[in-house]
Ligand binder design. Sequence first.
Ligand SMILES: [Zn+2]
Length: 126
Amino acid sequence: MAATITPTQYGMEAPPPYQPPDKQMLQTTYTQPQPMVMQPVMTSTNTVVVQSAGRLGKGPSNILCNSCHQNVVTRTTRSLKGEAWLLALVLCCLGGILCVWIPFVMDSMYETTHHCPSCNAFQGTT
Ligand SMILES: [Zn+2]
């Protein structure tokens, strides 16, 4: 014969385990901010605006000519900037005549001039 359990006994034993769950709730709220730090990493890479007329690069560039309004690949000429001669003079004074060649091999001392191949209009320098 199985013994019957009275519901009044369960109702009396329920209140004691009331406080321990509160301490666990506080600990879980402290551990939540850590995984959220890793979220904002890859969000700002989609906003690249590419214009139909390309920008001028170091080499021949595909642009929309501002004179004849055709989509052309620019004709480029590479020339030495005026600053290169000034830098060569400074280097000559500081380091002697053997340092004069340095500005003439530096890529940043050269500028590329872009012209339209069909109407020969000046497009800009880089
Ligand atoms: Zn043109």
